[in-house]
Structures are given as structure tokens and as C-alpha cells.
Design a protein around this ligand. Structure first.
Ligand SMILES: Nc1ncnc2c1ncn2[C@@H]1O[C@H](COP(=O)(O)OP(=O)(O)OP(=O)(O)O)[C@@H](O)[C@H]1O
Length: 598
């Protein structure tokens, strides 16, 4: 994922904007036409002031006129409506009704396109994320990916909002400018130069204001991190006497947050007020010039100044529209890069049907996550359906990595993993993963009921089947303590369950699938040892039609395995049954002695 601080070039922003413009081109075209019509009618509405003032002042009906007044007169004569005050008021009311209706339509259509675009980006991002390799999640961190899918896409969708607003503002500004140029070209030019100059100067000041914005964001983040450590990590903070340290960090950054926030708001207020002041001074200078030197009629001057009065805030609005457009475009570029990266990290799918798997072979498998550490160093073993094999060894030896390769979260660098003699990368991924049921040490519990969580791998299971696996996994022992038994909601990531309860739910979940191999990766490590033994015994007592691969720290759970492999630094250093390994008096025997004495 592109780093947030990375600079994004104008070329990338322009490309991103082009892609947005091509999204729903028909609605975009209607928005442009309606935006233009809104601005045009705004100009017409404004210009009505002239004939209204002239007709109101005239003693007799006007039948001939030049310039703006002439245009209105001919338009009224063409439609056959009397050129009188009441009809002029009706005319302006009509023009304004159409103008505001079309700007309402622009806002409506804009939000339709914006939300559709946001939906499309989110859907694409999430869809690609679901198909991406687990290695991508490990590298980027799932929090960053979550943020990219939820927050970045929302800002990206706002490109349409700020883009359309910038377009509307530009149209309106152009119309006001045209009116001004039509009435008094030289004064209009003067106004344009002055307003343009002020805008340019303010842009120079606004830039630093936006840098202050990132200081505010950084200090706010640090404050949040300190508070997070002091709340979520309160136990360790207290136990390790870190309260002063955590508070000092908090104190330093909250001070910086205050200072930078004040700077930011002061800059904003300065920019706004000085811009308004400069615009007002320009207006009064031009009023002086207009009345003293232009020799224009009151109506014409009135329209000119009104147009300029409306133009001034529009120019500053355009400025902020362009700023938010630029900001949102950066998010859009990042989102697009993110989705492209995800697309490039799709899991590869062989497509073949594995059928029922009766044997799995690892043949001299080598693997490393990074260049500097070889994690698996020539692992070979074989397991048949009906077998129970176990892996033991020191922490970090590479046991869980064996499971990650088996489930194809990662692919071996060298060597082969086969099922019934076929390399597992030739299989349809989903079908292959259906053949193996994995219980991880820290399983994810979905925000659903207990039944919903147990049946994730077999939605058609009957209540009896659910109860049967829950009995084996000893879930039944705490079901009655839950408020609604099997129908109890377990909360976000199973907040209402203890670590051991979560593991038991995950075990029941795995037992309910129709897999050929059951893989237990420290699956019962959070249970107390007597309960762990009970669970182990009930799994082993099951009428077993599948192979079992267990990874364990506590050797008591693997004593009945047909084969135990001791793994050390990515290699299998010994194998055999519990008794055989004890007799060898190697690492396993040593580990066993230590654990028995504990
Ligand atoms: N996603 C990853 N990215 C980079 N390195 C990793 C990753 N997962 C594990 N490792 C590294 O690979 C090595 C083997 O880890 P693995 O989890 O397979 O060991 P293990 O034997 O299962 O350990 P434990 O018993 O503590 O779970 C360790 O050095 C670990 O730091």
C-alpha cells in the first residue's frame, strides 16, 4: 500500500480524475449541462435587476431600448408578454425557480454518482482483499487494509463531491465575470486582476496552513496512542510502573495538539477574514471608480457590483473546492494503487478437484518468509487418512508454518506438497481447503450466535449434529451459562467468551465439517490441562474417518499419536511414537522430562 506521506504527482492525480469522469458518463454529462444551466440562469436572474429598475423608474412603457435592456425587451416582445414590472417579477421568479431546481438536481445526481462510486471502490477493494494472499495481510497489517477499505474509499468518493462543486463554482464565477465584462470590460478586468492577485497571495499562505493540518493529525494520533496504551494496556502499564512514562508522552503530545490546532484555526480565520477584507476594499474602490469615471446607468452599475459582490466569495470557495479536490484525489490515487496491488497479489488457483484426500506428503519442503531467515529447511513427512501425527518443538521452530503451507496461505520455495500424489497447487483453492479443517490457537469468532459460529463450515448441519460436536469439544459445558444457550450472540470477535471457550467453539466448528484431515495448531492450549486431556480423549475416541495433524506444546496431548515429529530450526530432527522417542533420549525425551517435572 502506498504510504500516506508519499507525494502523489499531478500526473497521477490527473489520471485518477479522468477515471472518475469516465464513471457513469451519462449522469456526469447531465450534471455538467445542468450545472451550466444553473449558472446561466443565475446570470439571467441577476440581470433582471436592470429592466426592473428601468421599468420601475420610467414614466411611460418602454418600447425601444439598446444593450441588456434591449435584449430583455425583445425577448418579452417575442413571447408576446407586456414589458411591465409585474411580468418582469414573474420572469425573474421563473428563472430562479428553474435555476434552483436544476442546482437541486445537480446535488442529487452528484450524491447518486458519489455514493455509487464509493460503493464500487469499496466493493472492488473488499472483493480483491478477500482473494488476496494471506502474505499481503501479514506484510501490510490488517488494520491498514481495513482502513484502506473503509476510510480511504470514503474520502476517494468525495472526489466527486468536491469535483462537481468546483465545476459548479467555476460555471457561476464565469457567468458573473461575463456579466461584468459585458457591462464594463475595463472595470471587470481590474476586478479580475485584484481578486486573482489576492487569491494567488492567499494560496501562498494557505499552503502552510495545510501543513499545520498534518501536525494536528500527527499529534492527535500520538495522544490517542498514549490513551490507548493507558486504557487497553492498563494492566501492563500498572504492572511495569509505566504510568509516568505513558502520561509524559500524552502530556507532550496533547500540548503540541493544542498549539498546532490553535495555529490551524488562527490561519484559517486570518485567511478568511483578510480575503473578505481585500474583496470588500476592491469592491469599494471599484464603486468609487464606477460612480466617478464610468458614466454607466444606475441599473448597469447595480448589476455590476452585485455580480462582483457574488463573485468574491465564489473565488475563495473555488479555492477551497480545489484544495479538497486535491486532498481527496490523493486518497483516490492511494485507493486505486491499493486495489491494483491487491489484484496483483491474488491467490493462485489450480482449478482441479482434489476429491477425497487419503494421503498428504511433504517432500523436502523449504520455505522462508523473508530473505534473511530460512524457516523450513527440508521438511518431509507423510500422513494418511486415519493417521494421527504430531509436531512438537521449541517456539519458533516452524511448526505453524507447516500448517500455513498445507492450507496454501503460503507456497513452498522448494520441494513439493502433494495430496494423493498431486501437487496441492493444482487444486481449486476452496475445494482443497474444504478437505482440511484447521483449528488455530487464536481463532476468530464471528459476530453471530453460538450455532452460527459452529456451523460456519457446514451451514446445513442439524441441531443434533451441532450438539454432538459441541459435546466432543466440551462446548456443552458452558452453553447453559450463556443467556440464550446455542442461540446466544457471541459479540464482536467473541468478546463474551474466554480464550479457552473460543478454542472449544473453533474445535466444534472444525469437527462439523466434512474434511479429510483435522489440523489442530495449539488448538487447546488455553484450556487447563485436565480439560485439555478430556477434550483430547473425546476427539481420539471419535469414530475417526480423518487424518489428524496436531501441533502441541504440552506433550500430554500427543502421547497417543501414531508418529511424533520433533522440529528444530525448520528441520525434523527425530520421529517415532511417544515410547520410541522416550527411548531415543533425544530432544523429545528431554522436553518430556522437563514438562513432567513442572
Ligand atoms: N507471517 C510471518 N512473516 C514473517 N515471519 C514469520 C511469519 N510467521 C512466522 N514467522 C517466523 O517464522 C518462524 C517460525 O514461526 P512458526 O510460527 O512457524 O513457529 P512455531 O514453531 O509454530 O512457533 P510457536 O510454537 O511459538 O507457535 C519464526 O521465527 C517466526 O518469527
Amino acid at each position: 500500500m502506498t504510504d500516506a506521506s508519499e507525494n502523489i504527482t499531478w500526473k497521477e492525480k490527473a489520471q485518477a480524475l479522468r477515471r472518475v469522469a469516465q464513471f457513469r458518463p451519462n449522469i456526469m454529462a447531465v450534471i455538467v449541462v445542468l450545472g451550466g444551466a444553473t449558472a446561466f440562469l443565475e446570470g439571467i436572474g441577476l440581470s433582471f435587476i436592470w429592466p426592473i429598475l428601468e421599468v420601475a423608474q420610467a414614466d411611460e412603457p418602454i418600447t425601444q431600448a439598446e444593450g441588456f435592456l434591449g435584449v430583455f425587451l425583445r425577448a418579452y416582445q417575442f413571447v408576446g408578454i407586456p414589458f411591465q414590472l409585474e411580468y418582469l417579477i414573474i420572469g425573474v421568479a421563473l428563472a430562479m425557480t428553474v435555476r434552483f431546481t436544476s442546482s437541486f438536481l445537480v446535488a442529487w445526481l452528484r450524491s447518486i454518482v458519489q455514493m455509487a462510486y464509493e460503493e464500487m471502490l469499496r466493493t472492488r477493494a473488499f472483493d480483491s482483499a478477500l482473494d488476496a494472499r494471506v502474505s499481503y495481510f501479514d506484510e501490510e497489517g490488517s488494520d491498514d487494509i481495513l482502513n484502506a477499505i473503509i476510510t480511504e474509499t470514503r474520502y476517494s468518493g468525495r472526489v466527486i463531491k468536491s469535483g462537481v462543486e468546483a465545476l459548479e463554482t467555476t460555471f457561476l464565477a464565469l457567468v458573473y465575470l461575463s456579466v461584468m465584462f459585458y457591462i464594463a470590460p475595463r472595470m471587470a478586468l481590474g476586478a479580475l486582476v485584484l481578486l486573482g492577485g489576492i487569491t494567488y497571495l492567499l494560496r501562498e499562505v494557505i499552503e502552510p496552513a495545510y501543513t499545520v493540518g498534518s501536525r494536528v493529525a500527527t499529534s492527535n494520533e500520538r495522544v490517542q496512542e498514549a490513551v490507548q496504551a493507558g486504557t487497553q494496556g492498563i494492566r501492563d502499564v500498572k504492572l511495569f510502573g509505566l504510568t509516568d512514562e505513558v502520561f509524559d508522552v500524552f502530556d507532550e503530545w496533547i500540548g503540541k495538539y493544542r498549539e498546532s490546532s490553535i495555529d490551524l484555526q488562527r490561519n484559517k480565520a486570518a485567511i478568511q477574514n483578510f480575503y473578505d477584507l481585500a474583496a470588500a476594499l476592491t469592491l469599494f474602490a471599484l464603486i468609487y471608480v464606477g460612480f466617478t469615471y464610468s458614466g454607466l446607468a444606475l441599473g448597469a452599475l447595480g448589476i455590476f457590483f452585485l455580480a462582483m459582490f457574488r463573485l468574491a466569495p465564489l473565488v475563495s470557495r473555488l479555492n477551497s473546492n480545489v484544495y479538497s479536490l486535491e486532498g481527496n484525489l490523493s486518497h483516490l490515487v492511494r485507493t486505486q494503487t491499493f486495489v491494483e496491488e491487491l489484484d496483483g497479489r491474488r491467490e493462485s488457483d489450480g482449478g482441479a478437484d482434489p476429491g477425497r484426500v487419503s494421503t498428504i506428503d511433504f517432500d523436502d519442503v523449504r520455505f522462508s518468509y523473508t530473505d534473511d531467515e530460512q524457516v523450513l529447511n527440508g521438511i518431509s513427512f507423510s500422513v494418511d487418512r486415519g493417521d494421527f501425527v504430531a509436531f512438537v518443538g521449541q517456539s519458533g521452530a516452524g511448526k505453524s508454518t507447516i500448517v500455513s503451507l498445507l492450507t496454501r496461505f503460503y507456497d513452498p520455495d522448494e520441494g513439493r506438497i502433494t495430496a494423493n500424489g498431486t501437487s496441492i497447487d493444482e487444486f481449486d483453492l476452496r475445494a482443497w481447503r474444504d478437505r482440511i479443517a484447521v483449528v488455530r490457537q487464536k481463532p476468530f469468532i464471528f459476530n453471530d450466535t453460538l450455532t452460527g459460529n459452529v456451523t460456519v463450515g457446514n451451514r446445513n448441519a442439524s441441531r443434533d449434529e451441532v450438539e454432538r460436536v459441541c459435546e466432543i469439544a466440551k462446548v456443552d459445558e458452558f452453553v447453559d451459562d450463556l443467556p440464550n444457550g446455542y442461540d446466544s450472540e457471541l459479540g464482536d470477535d467473541g468478546v463474551r467468551l474466554s480464550g479457552g471457550q473460543r478454542q472449544r467453539v473453533a474445535l466444534a466448528r472444525a469437527l462439523l465439517t466434512d474434511a479429510d484431515f483435522l489440523v489442530l495448531d495449539e488448538a487447546t492450549s488455553d484450556l487447563d490441562s485436565s480439560l485439555e486431556k478430556e477434550v483430547q480423549a473425546s476427539i481420539e475416541a471419535m469414530d475417526r474417518d480423518y487424518g489428524m495433524i496436531a501441533i502441541a506444546h504440552r506433550l500430554s496431548t500427543v502421547q497417543n499419536a501414531d508418529r511424533i515429529y520433533t522440529v528444530d530450526e525448520g528441520e525434523i530432527i527425530e520421529s517415532g511414537t511417544h515410547q520410541e522417542l522416550l527411548a531415543k533420549e533425544g530432544d523429545y525425551a528431554e522436553l518430556y522430562t522437563i514438562q513432567s517435572q513442572a
